[in-house]
Each structure stands twice: as C-alpha cells, then as structure tokens.
Design a protein around this ligand. Structure first.
Ligand code: BGC
Length: 719
C-alpha cells in the first residue's frame, strides 16, 4: 500500500496543510520523522518547525530519485495530544518549469499533483516502536499560503482560517525511488539589512539591499486587518533610477500579503527570488529601512577560499563572484536565480566548477547533482542542456553535455576522493561514446546542434553565438572529454587502450581539419586542450590578436574560463593581468564600474550609454564569467597541485606577482590542510609569504624549493 497522500482536488492555488493528531501517554525516548514530498514542504510538530531545511526535499530528477529527510524530533513531542502539520507547495516539482518555453496551458509539469509521504517512528523505553504513517486518516485543509510557485512568488493571507477539513486521499507511488538525503541542506545562511528606501523619478517606492541575493525578504509591518502588501523584485534600476525587472521575463516574482491586525513579521516559505531591489507596489503606513531584511538562502556549503588584493575593484569582483556562487548553488548549480529559468544548465556548471570548488567545499553538492545527471542521461548516452532535465525536445551541445566528464574530474582533482569517478565513470564513458556514434566524421564531432561560444563578443548581430566554429568547439571538447576519460579510467585502473587510440585519432584529425584558428576562443581551447602542434607559436598569435584588438577579450562562455590560463602558461602573464584589471568595456571590471554586486550574464548587460542589453536574455546574476577566479588561485597566487596529487596532497606554489595589483593574499583550505600564498610589492623588492600544511614545491623566480609543512618567506628583486 502506498504511503503517499494527496488532496481530493488539484492542488494549484492554496497550499494544503496535511495534519495528523495523536495522543501520547508516555514520552518516547526517541522519535524520528522521515519525510518527503512531491513539491516542497515545511513540517511542524505541536507548532514548532521541524529542522531548518528550506525548500525541502530539494531538487532532484524526481522521476528517478526523491530525497527523504530524516529528523530527530524527540524534543518536539509531549504527553497528551500531539499534532503534526505539513504544508506542501508546488516547488520545482509542480511549478511550470521551464517558464520561458511553453504556453501555460500546455505545461505538463504545472498539471502535476503535489503529495506527501511521512513516517514518524516513536520508540518507548521498552524498545517498542509506534509508527505514524501518512494515510487516509490524515486530514488536510487550506493553509494561509494562498499560492506559491517557483517563478511567480507567493500569496499569503494572515487572516485566513480554514472552514473545512477533509480526509487525505491515497496517492500512487511515484516512479522515482526514495533515497536518503544526499546533497547539502538548503538553509537560511545570511541576513542583510536593507540599506535605503527611496522614491524613484517615476514615483515608485523602492527598497535597496545594496547586494543582490537569492532568498526572500522578511518584512515587519504594523497594519490594520485587511491591509494589502504587494511587492515586486528586481535586480537593477534603469539609467534614470527607476525600478526595472523586465529581464525576469515571464517570472512574476511577486509577493501578495493580506495583513492581520497589529504588528506582524513575515517571509515567504515555499519559494525564492533573486533580487537586490523591492518595489513596494502596496505597503501600509510609512515603511522604514529597518522593516526589511533580505534572507539569503542557499546550500549549506563550507567556505574554503579567501582572496584580497591591493585593487579595490578587483576585490569587488571577487565579492561578486562569491555572491554569484551563493546565489546559484541552491541545491543544484543553476544559471540564474531570478528569471523564468533558474535551471541546472550543464554548460554553466562546467564553466564554473573549478572556481566553485576552490571557493567552497562543493564535493557533496556536486556528487548529488552528478547522480541526477547520470539518471537523466538519455538512452543514447547524450546529456541534456539542463539537469534535472526538464526541457522538452532538447539537443545535446558540446561544452554543455561535457560537464558529465569535466565536473567529476574536477571534483576529483580538487578533493582527491576517487569515489566521484567510480560513481560517474559509466556516465562519462556513455557521453564520450555518444559523441563517437553521433558524429558525421570519425575522429571529430561534426554536425549536431550546439550553443557554440555562447555570448562571445565576436558574434554576428542578432546572434547569441560567438564567431568560433561550432564543429571546431565540438571536436576540441570531444578530444578533451576523451583525454579526461582516459585519465579517470587510469585512476580506476581500467584498461583505457581503446580510448587512448581514439584520443590519438581525434588529435590527428583535429590537426588536419583545423590547421588554423580563427578566433580568440579557438586559440584558447586548442591551447588549453593541448591540440595545437606548436603551442608557443599559437599563444604568440593569440597574444598578438588580443593586443591588435586593443587588449580586449572577445570570448564567450567557452573561451573565457581558460583565456588567462593559456596566456600565463605561455609567458603572457602581464597581458593576462592587463585583461583582468581592464576597467573599460569589455572586461571583468567594467560591470564593477557600473555598480554590479554579482556577475553579469553579458559583458555588457548594461551598455556604456546606460541602456540595458536586452530584456530577453539579460541576467545580472550568472556566474559563468566569474570562473576567472580560478586563475587568481592557480596563477596569480600560484596555488596548484599535480594531477598525481589530487586534493593537494602535495602542493605546487608558483606565484605570479604584478606591480599593478600591489599585493595579493590568498588562502585555500584543502583536504590536506591550509595553503596561504601572499605577495607584496615593496620599494625595491617583492616579498612572498607562503604557508602550507602539506609538503610543497615552491617556485620563486624560476628557483624551486622542496619544503615540508611550514611558513616560508622569500624575497625577489622588483623587475
Ligand atoms: C541560460 C544559459 C545557458 C544558455 C544555453 C540560457 O538561457 O541562461 O546560461 O547556458 O541558455 O544556451
């Protein structure tokens, strides 16, 4: 018999509260609640919230896997009558996801019925266990949450009192198997007080938090019963200083709240928003700054990286990168937190995985998401553009599906635990085999539908794809994926001969087909993936090309993450710094100059004249270009390890100082201890201070020092 319950009618609209009362004659020595939902839930026993997991049970490929949370609730139960209440909202399961694609009526997902599965197990002092399971004896009624959905927001009526109660209805077991909680919990991680309230030229009342966040607002109000609150969310003000959120597209991202009498404090419960500004469409009385707090909600990740430099704008960029990650690591790696997407775009995930793995400990977070990726992999081995795969008619793209190989390898490299490779190896292989079977030309990946060098600046007008050839990118990523697969296979002691042969074939076909690179991104990836016959010559041409372009980058999602790396790997660190520290458009610091507090999707999300790029694709919280931070860890501070020492078992520290930065302090907590790498320009010298809690090879001015764990200071002449 199923343990799932639901409501008699469709659950769109008011969120149901499922309820069960029982009498307890003896306090249990232990009580555990195992619970999950199709939708998102919040549970309470005797009016006290169970746990602090926001948006539980999180987002997995629900047709395949549904996480079950287990809470020790011993302290919440008392002698006498007890009540458990669980409110269930639509969440990712039943919201119309993706919001941007299909007209509302046709959205299959929005037709889904939410459901609950709970089991409370109480154990008495004699070891006797009494279970309470979700079944038809549970009742339900409408909650004060009158509407809740991922993109559109939440409506709440503080006066609502349910006038009826019905018995729950059994719901058939869903396809997805129940699994114990695998990922990190999503939590309220930080609170930010509002910075100001002001009236815009258009007369709108706007609250500014000074920082874009993902989560929700908590507001306080002293109201009369029935007063209305209506709040809109936005990331930006337009060039005239007016509220702007046309870039949220079809996501309404709004709050409707009906007040009860007197003082009250509230925040949404079963949804989230990406925002810096609130527009108070309706708000009783004279709201004060202190009435608003932004609650930042993201996966409970432990921070592992810290960077400060002598350049304030770079420090702001670094802050923006960290915020970009916090805002978009909400149970799965997403593209953005605000508009009608908020999806696990596979390309974005691989572009940022290295950076993300230095900033925070994301091992558990990624391993869970990669399990979903394997589960969602198609029968032919192809990997979708988003995971969980909610896109109909999706086509696999190079640079996106490749996260199947790139991400497990990176997680292994950063943390050194090969279980991620064991888990993902079959999936990695299936992706590579998919390409081998799908291509029109043996040894290259030709044909197919790709996103190309997404948002590259050399794109033709009206196109989102940079000028780099799609077959070139696809074939280069094919080579890269096979190379990583071979490495992973060797770690697992598998026979990889046939893939080694395949790699050689791709290499020679690639070199024959692409004797010349045409764009910055083509040079960058052929260098990064070791495909060029004469790397130094290729790097010289790339550097020249950038200089001829007035030291401007032209790269999009594909080329940008590796651009500075290939420059400094081939003697062009100074040029890499020039690009990093450039303030004029196009550059990383351009958005900082325009007041960004997170990373923009486009290099010119706000153009030089203050206009927005466009409304149809213009997120101000897309972390992809924030991947540049891995160059700061690995090259500027020089914190690296060899592939044979994953997890920084042994460190290789090769700092690359630059006088324009003045100083740099970088700390990285690795699985094998802390590494700090600092350098500072003094009058005549550069002083380096390096701490490592593992053996290391430190290289200063080309001289190598093999050292034991300790603190080391070096000096070199300013060049
Ligand atoms: C997303 C991206 C994604 C891209 C793929 C966009 O709509 O926001 O970040 O990678 O589509 O084309």
């Amino acid at each position: 018999m199923s343990n799932w319950i639901t409501t008699e009618e469709q659950t769109q609209g008011p969120c149901p509260v499922f309820q069960k009362k029982w009498v307890c004659r003896e306090l249990p020595v232990k009580a555990v609640l195992n619970i999950t939902a199709l939708g998102v839930y919040e549970a309470a026993i005797n009016g006290k919230r169970v746990g602090d997991f926001i948006l539980a049970p999180g987002w997995t490929s629900y047709q395949k896997r549904i996480q079950v949370q287990s809470y020790d609730v011993s302290d919440l139960i008392h002698i006498g009558e007890n009540v458990i209440e669980v409110v269930v909202g639509e969440g990712w399961y039943a919201s119309p996801i993706p919001g941007w694609m299909i007209p509302e009526k046709e959205q299959h997902q929005a037709q889904r019925q939410t459901a609950l599965n709970a089991r409370l197990l109480m154990e008495d002092s004699h070891g006797k266990r009494t279970p309470i399971r979700t079944d038809e004896s549970w009742t339900y009624h409408e909650s004060r949450i009158r509407f809740s959905e991922i993109y559109d927001g939440e409506d709440y009526d503080a006066n609502f009192a349910a006038s009826w109660e019905k018995n729950a209805v059994l719901f058939p077991d869903p396809e997805g198997k129940l699994i114990p909680q695998e990922g990190e919990l999503i939590k309220e991680k930080e609170k930010i007080a509002a910075k100001s309230i002001f009236i815009t030229p258009r007369g709108e009342k706007v609250v500014d938090f000074g920082q874009e966040i993902t989560g929700y607002v908590e507001f306080s109000v002293n109201a009369e019963k029935g007063d209305q609150i209506h709040i809109l969310h936005g990331e930006m003000l337009d060039k005239n200083g007016n509220f702007y959120n046309a870039n949220y597209r079809t996501a309404k991202a709004e709050i409707h709240y009906t007040c009860c009498e007197g003082k009250q404090t509230w925040h949404p419960h079963l949804t989230f928003f990406g925002f810096r500004y609130l527009k108070l469409e309706q708000f009783p009385g004279n709201p004060k700054v202190s009435d608003f707090t932004a609650v930042c909600v993201y996966s409970d990740l432990r921070r592992t990286g810290w960077i400060t430099s002598g350049n304030q704008k770079l420090n702001q960029l670094i802050s923006n990168i960290f915020w970009g990650q916090k805002c978009n690591y909400l149970d799965i790696p997403t593209d953005c937190p605000q508009r009608d997407e908020r999806l696990g775009w596979t390309g974005d995930s691989q572009v940022f995985v290295k950076a993300g793995s230095y900033n925070y400990d994301i091992e558990k977070f990624f391993r869970k998401w990669l399990h979903d990726l394997s589960e969602d992999q198609n029968a032919d081995g192809s990997v979708g553009s988003v995971v969980p795969n909610v896109l109909p008619n999706d086509k696999p793209s190079a640079g996106w599906g490749d996260t199947a190989v790139i991400s497990p390898w990176q997680i292994y490299q950063t943390y050194g635990d090969k279980r991620v490779l064991e888990d993902q190896f079959v999936s990695m292989k299936r992706w590579v085999d998919y390409i081998t079977h799908a291509t029109k030309h043996r040894g290259l990946w030709t044909g197919g539908t790709h996103f190309g060098d997404w948002l590259g600046l050399d794109a033709q007008a009206e196109s989102y794809k940079g000028a780099s050839r799609e077959d070139f990118i696809a074939s280069a990523f094919y080579a890269h994926a096979v190379e990583l697969l071979v490495k992973a296979g060797k770690v697992l002691r598998n026979d990889m001969t046939s893939y080694e042969d395949l790699y050689q074939l791709i290499l020679s076909e690639f070199r024959q087909a692409y004797s010349q690179c045409l764009t910055q991104t083509e040079y960058v990836i052929s260098l990064e993936f070791h495909l060029t016959e004469n790397p130094q010559k290729a790097a010289d041409v790339l550097a020249q090309m950038i200089e001829n372009d007035g030291c401007q980058l032209r790269t999009g999602f594909i080329g940008t993450p590796y651009l500075l790396h290939v420059l400094s790997d081939h003697g062009y660190t100074e040029l890499a710094y020039t690009l990093l520290l450039r303030e004029k458009y196009p550059s990383w610091l351009y958005s900082v100059g325009k007041g960004a507090t997170t990373i923009w999707e486009h290099w010119d999300g706000v153009m030089e004249n203050g206009d927005f790029w466009s409304t149809d694709m213009n997120s101000f919280n897309h972390y992809a270009y924030g991947s540049v931070i891995d160059w700061i860890y690995e090259k500027a501070a020089g914190i690296q390890h060899s592939e044979q020492d994953p997890g920084f078992q042994k460190a290789e520290i090769v700092p690359h100082p630059d006088p324009r930065l003045g100083f740099l302090n970088v700390r990285l907590k690795t699985r094998h201890g802390l590494i700090c790498s600092s350098w500072k320009y003094l009058d005549r010298e550069i002083r380096y201070e390096i701490t490592c809690e593992m053996p290391a090879v430190i290289s200063i001015d080309g001289k190598e020092y093999h050292v034991e764990p300790g603190i080391y200071t070096f000096w070199s002449q300013r060049g």
